[in-house]
Design a binder for this molecule. Sequence first.
Ligand SMILES: [Zn+2]
Length: 221
Amino acid sequence: MNTIQMSITVELTVFPCEWTLIEGGGLQSELKPGLDLSPRPVLDGWAVRNDFLAVRPERASAVSAFLNRTGVFSRASLTSAPIPSSVDDFRGFQSLIRDLVLNRPALWSQIMQRYPKRKAAVLNMHRLPAFRIDWSREVPSAIVLDTRVLAAILATVQIDHWRHATFRPCAKPGCWRLFEARGTNKIFCSDKCAKHQSLRRYRAKKSEAGQQRKKKPLPDE
Ligand SMILES: [Zn+2]
């Protein structure tokens, strides 16, 4: 067997698709006609994954904004029952991708049992990334190209496991981001989250101290 070292990128070529929120949290998708010849944006797979995991599904408009920016979500996105079919379904995919990032692929079939069968089927559809080699530079590199968000995200997850990268969920409540541990003992995804939490702790301490002072009996009591 030969071993080579090669850099690899994952590129999502956005396939324009219009997502509309319907009443009750449902989602509808419609492919935009292919007459538009303007170049399609190409997004970095890891950036798309980070944005996807950070979307707060309690803001339905943030879900549709993400989908409209990234285009076709999965191979099953353009059927009469699009995927994701609702804001809740989107949230389910977020939680599934988090589980796949945090657990190695040998455990995935076990993890999939916790999710509806339909999600497992959609996942299997996008599971095998194919790559091509870019020979245009001195040192060739590998590129995974896809037009579906889920395929690009799954390719990044698999490459991260392949290179033994480990991820952690951010410790700030309400932040859904994952970050690469890189041998550190960091618990927050960013300085912003760390500052936010330390301010929160400081305020909690201050108000606790205030309560204590109130409880103290006055000298002439
Ligand atoms: Zn965070």
